[in-house]
Each structure stands twice: as structure tokens, then as C-alpha cells.
Design a protein around this ligand. Structure first.
Ligand SMILES: Cc1cc2nc3c(=O)[nH]c(=O)nc-3n(C[C@H](O)[C@H](O)[C@H](O)COP(=O)(O)OP(=O)(O)OC[C@H]3O[C@@H](n4cnc5c(N)ncnc54)[C@H](O)[C@@H]3O)c2cc1C
Length: 410
């Protein structure tokens, strides 16, 4: 079976590595097509929860992650004015013990490097922009911008939120602007030492503005992302720069860490946040969507990349086990993955309002609820974290993920 993968982002690369594991025993060949001239990533962080790290370890990245990623002690939700922790849930102490893999913070460039160095160069083609796709009988085909063509038995679109495959075959609607902008920056940890920031995963919730910050690069850098309401003409782009002065004004009145990180950042970037409506189907015959192409979501639960990694494992295993009937294998992948990923699309959209409450009474009620939760849970993980972290993609494929399925949905 020859599989064509469009897009070598985190999702497409993880799929290629998973297929590589099974290629020999299942007579699988694949071609990974990437439009960019090189596999690189922007200067930003990514949170990797145990449900994704477990798979990256299966793909051979365990030692790399242990070297360049950072394991935060806990997840903390903080009040914007006082910096007081409203809800703290443990990560380092429970992730490996309870969920079988660490919770990590990584620099995206480190993660992409680790994936890229493991890709089979004979099965990767750079500078290969797909401009159209199609299928006829039991074959799929793609046309490339340089005039080339490729054909195979299955096509997987891992081409991100602007997926040309999604637009062409599933839904041509543009991504939905959320009305929020995300600013981001990185600060060398030694320059921020005087702020006394601990190695935690911190989310600070203010009126119509929030900030998440954490250490990456083995603890040498602090990555931050601020999200605030904004209806101006900013594009969805990871390379658009922003002025520090604009954001400094927005953080007036906040406690010291968020303000200090913005002040210390040399170059700020800004992007407009978008997501997509959940799709009725991800599969059309021998063509399937995965990752952001299938389920682009807002970043509040830090699950977009992790969900693309879960997709990759399940998809590779479904194709391996169902190689005699690829359309049925793709439908099985969809049946295993769609509900979970679409639930996260919806929850991530709901979290936008909850994070950015403006009304003092509503803020007080939210914080009281979180404080009560902290008391009731006895300092353990939240039901939401348990539902996210305990998903085991291999058990899902084998139909033995009863423990996860029995957990309360949120
Ligand atoms: C501010 C922010 C913070 C986030 N933080 C987190 C986080 O902490 N944790 C987390 O899990 N997720 C996070 N995410 C989400 C995460 O970044 C995405 O969900 C993830 O990168 C999606 O991966 P992907 O491989 O599906 O798509 P992409 O990363 O978009 O990769 C698509 C690839 O396809 C290629 N491509 C596109 N079109 C073509 C074509 N026509 N031909 C050939 N190649 C093509 C592109 O060049 C690219 O390499 C965050 C997102 C944002 C906006």
C-alpha cells in the first residue's frame, strides 16, 4: 500500500514515523510531501501532555525530549492582580506515575528537529506544494505546483488549518476568526532570574486578557503567550511582529511576572486566532484529514499538536491492520478519533469566555468555583486533565481503552 501524506508539520511527521515503524511488516510505502524548502519551526513553545508524550516516546523521541524539554512541577491558574494561585494541579509528581508519561514544555524548533532527523529522507520530498488532489477507482493522485504528479492507494491530508484538501473535498469555508489575538515572546531565563519565576505551567486570567508562560529549552528560556480581545486587521501568521508598547499598556495593573516578561522580550509576535467548525466527516473514500486540517481548535487546552500526534498513531495502526481494505481502515480511524477531537474543538471554544471574564462578580464566582475544586480534589488532577492525559492511543486501536471511556466527560 502506498500512502501519500500532504504536510510535514508535527502531525504529518508523526504519522510518517509511525508508518515507518510498521512499513516492513505491513508492506507499507509512503511519501511525505512538504511545501516548505526545509523543516523548521517558529520560535515558540508547545505544551505536550502525557497522552502525546507517550506516543512520541513510542516513536523514539524519549531521550531527546528528556534532554531539551522541561517538566513543570504543577499547573497553576493565577489571579491577574495579586498573582495568587487560584487552582494548582500537580504535573511532575503525577504524570509519569499515574499516566505513564511526563508532561513536557518544549521549544517547537527542538521538537521539529527531533522529528525531522528521524524521517526517512528517501520518503520525504521538500519544496513539494500540493495544488490539487483526486481519486479514481482504487487510486489517489496529487498535482504539485512544479507540475509533478504522484499517485498512491491512500492520501492523508496533514496540511494544517488552511488545508487545501479540506477546502477542495470537504468544506471550502474559511477558518473562523475568534476575535482574539495571541502575542508571544521568549526571554532568556537568566535575564528574568530577578523575577523569581518557578518551573511551573502558569496561566493568568485577567479581564479580556490572559497570559500563559513556561520554561523551554532545558530551562534556558521562558516562553509566553498573551491572548486578548482584538478586532483589528492582524493576520493569522506566526511571523508577524508586534510593538512592545501596545502590550505593555494592556498589562498595566497586573502583577509582576506577566509585566516583567513583556518588558524583557526583545521581539514580540502577534497572530489572529482562528478555529474551524467541526466537520461531519473526515474521510472521503481513500482520502482522510488529520491534525489541524481535520479539527483546528483554539489553544486554551494546549491540545492541537497533541491531538495531531494521537491521530497519527491511530491512523498508522488502522492502516497497518486494515491494509487489505484502506477505505474501511480510514473509516475506523475516524470512528476512533472524531468524537474526542471535536469535543476538544468545542471545549476550547468555550474556554475563551471563561478565561477572559470581565465582570468582577463573574470573576469572583469563577475563582470561588476553582478554589472549591482545589479543596475537593485534595490536590489531585482535575477530571478534565484525567480525561485528556489518560488516553492511550494503542489501547484505543485495540479497543481496550475501557478505563478512559469510563471517565466522566467534561
Ligand atoms: C498560539 C498557539 C499556541 C498553541 N499551543 C499549543 C500547545 O501548547 N500544545 C499543543 O498541542 N498545541 C498547541 N497549539 C496548536 C498547534 O500549534 C497545532 O494544532 C499543530 O501545530 C497542528 O499541527 P499539524 O501538523 O496538523 O498542522 P501544521 O503544523 O499547520 O502543519 C501543516 C504542514 O503542512 C504543510 N502544508 C500546508 N499546505 C501544504 C500543501 N498544499 N502542500 C504541501 N505541504 C503543505 C505546511 O507547510 C506545514 O508544514 C497552539 C496553537 C496556537 C495558535
Amino acid at each position: 500500500m502506498r500512502i501519500i501524506i500532504v504536510g510535514a508539520g508535527i502531525g504529518g511527521s508523526a504519522l510518517a514515523l509511525a508508518l515507518e515503524k510498521f512499513a516492513a511488516r505491513a508492506d507499507i510505502d509512503y511519501l511525505l510531501l512538504e511545501q516548505a524548502p526545509a523543516l523548521t519551526e517558529v520560535g515558540a513553545g508547545v505544551q505536550l501532555s502525557p497522552n502525546g508524550v507517550r506516543i512520541l516516546e513510542w516513536l523514539g523521541l524519549g531521550d531527546d525530549l528528556a534532554r531539551f524539554a522541561v517538566e513543570p512541577g504543577a499547573h497553576q491558574l493565577k489571579d491577574w492582580q495579586s498573582g495568587e494561585t487560584v487552582l494548582q494541579t500537580p504535573l511532575r509528581a503525577v504524570a509519569q506515575k499515574t499516566f505513564g508519561a511526563p508532561y513536557y514544555h518544549a521549544h517547537r524548533a527542538d521538537l521539529i528537529d527531533a522529528l525531522a532527523t528521524r524521517l526517512n529522507p528517501r520518503r520525504l520530498r521538500l519544496n513539494a506544494k500540493v495544488v490539487s488532489v483526486g481519486q479514481s477507482g482504487d487510486k489517489v493522485g496529487v498535482a504539485l505546483a512544479d507540475g509533478g504528479r504522484e499517485s498512491g492507494d491512500v492520501l492523508i491530508a496533514a496540511d494544517g488549518i488552511h488545508s487545501i484538501v479540506r477546502n477542495q473535498l470537504f468544506n471550502p469555508e474559511a477558518p473562523r476568526p475568534s476575535g482574539y489575538l495571541a502575542w508571544r515572546g521568549m526571554v532568556p531565563a537568566d535575564r528574568a532570574a530577578h523575577l523569581g519565576i518557578e518551573q511551573q505551567s502558569v496561566a493568568v486570567m485577567g479581564p479580556r486578557l490572559s497570559m500563559v508562560f513556561y520554561f523551554v529549552s532545558g530551562g534556558r528560556r521562558i516562553n509566553w503567550i498573551a491572548i486578548g480581545a482584538g478586532h483589528d486587521d492582524k493576520r493569522e501568521s506566526w511571523s508577524q511582529t508586534a510593538s512592545k508598547a501596545d502590550l505593555q499598556d494592556s498589562f498595566a495593573g497586573w502583577y509582576g511576572h506577566p509585566r516583567g516578561l513583556v518588558d524583557l522580550t526583545e521581539q514580540l509576535f502577534v497572530t489572529a486566532l482562528h478555529d474551524r467548525e467541526p466537520l461531519p466527516t473526515w474521510v472521503d473514500g481513500r482520502i482522510a484529514l488529520m491534525g489541524d486540517a481535520a479539527h483546528a481548535m483554539l489553544p486554551y487546552h494546549a491540545q492541537g499538536a497533541v491531538q495531531s500526534i494521537e491521530d497519527a498513531w491511530v491512523l498508522a495502526r488502522c492502516l497497518e491492520m486494515g491494509r487489505d481494505d484502506p477505505p474501511a481502515a480510514l473509516l475506523r480511524y475516524q470512528a476512533l478519533r472524531k468524537d474526542r477531537a471535536q469535543r476538544l474543538q468545542r471545549h476550547s471554544r468555550n474556554a475563551e469566555r471563561w478565561y477572559h471574564l470581565d465582570d468582577p462578580d463573574e470573576i469572583a464566582r469563577r475563582n470561588a468555583r476553582l478554589a472549591a475544586h482545589a479543596r475537593n480534589s485534595g490536590g489531585g488532577v482535575t477530571p478534565q486533565q484525567a480525561w485528556l492525559f489518560s488516553y492511550d492511543a494503542e489501547k484505543a486501536v485495540l479497543g481496550t481503552d475501557d478505563d478512559w471511556r469510563a471517565l466522566r466527560e467534561w
